[in-house]
Design a binder for this molecule. Sequence first.
Ligand code: PGA
Ligand code: ZN
Length: 419
Amino acid sequence: EITMLRAIEVLDSRARPTLSVTVELAGGAVARAGVPSGASTGSGEAVELRDGDPERYRGQGVRTAVGHVNGEIADAVRSRRFADQAAFDQALIELDGTPSKSRLGANAVVGASMAVARAAAARQGVPLWRSLSPDGVPARLPVPHFNVLNGGAHAANPLDFQEFMIAPLGAPDLAEAVRAGAEVYAALRRRLTDGGHSAGLGDEGGFAPELTRPEDALALLLDAIGDAGYTPGRDGVAIALDPAASEFRQPDGTYLVAGEKLTSTDMIARYRQITEDFPVWSIEDGLGEDDRDGWIRLTEELGEGVQLVGDDNFVTNPAVIAQAIEDGIANASLIKLNQIGTVTETLQAMAVCRQAGYGAMVSHRSGETEDSFIADLAVGSGCGQLKSGAPARGERVAKYNRLLEIAAHRPRLPFGLTP
Ligand code: PGA
Ligand code: ZN
């Protein structure tokens, strides 16, 4: 039974307002959740509500969404007993009444959903990851994917590809994977400063040097992996990319990369070359969200050996992912709670992936809070992969530190990609 539900306006990691939602259950369990926010959003995402008042935060305030939590949502759920998370989330969905959660605001809805999930775990006296773990699905510590070079919408540099991640796939355990991430990050900083580049950071804590060609960024990264004493590749430290190609797709359907106009066919050839020259094991949003034919060809041509992750095109929507699976698009999905708006629908999206043999990678947003919910989600779902930015900046590190805490308490939890 919910005795109290309350939101306030707080700041995210980009100095923009977001919601902090607190819930109290009968018996005294209290929990809080912080709501993330993206910059390179898919057009099908659940819609976050911003005040639009130019006098406050240049229109980005969330007092309306806060008011919806404290008013309509609290009034609808207070003193009510919900059988489970699914029943609570269904009540939120019905109260909102829109397919995109735009009336109450996906930021209001997801904050309430996350806070209730955490409070329910506390009431049962189990860790959040355990209560998020579906029946029959073994929990697992994920391989952290550290985004160490930032471009695209996350930095002001000319690098068109948004994210260059290091993935210690070959690490023997989580602690060693975190260590590899931090050591390669430090080696990369040395490479950059020695080469006369800035070591300034982008939104996700990765460096944002004045590089243009993705291959130049990859070469630096490969050197840094070696400098730190690791073997590049799946047995050691691999690389994952999120070009976020919707952001540099042009109105005529071509892709503008480092000043060059490329067709979908050119892009696929470029990715093939990249995967031959560098230990890139995973590519997310390699093509634009509307480039359906391109995605099908990309999957046919590279899908055997490379993980191809849908993000902007899938938006953590179970129905969209199910259709994409039928269409032969990608072989994995990114998973972001606020793209769909409730914990239950997020778990459904992951179940769709699991049943089809698709991969799933749990993800932060570029605008984050200190909330570490996604670390528990990655562990409980057993999906084997989490991306939460660089091994630097508190809001990124909070998730990795939560993984370390879970690992320390449960030394027998398996680590790594799903077998
Ligand atoms: P976003 O970026 O949070 O700015 O959308 C993350 C991603 O594209 O994966
Ligand atoms: Zn992405």
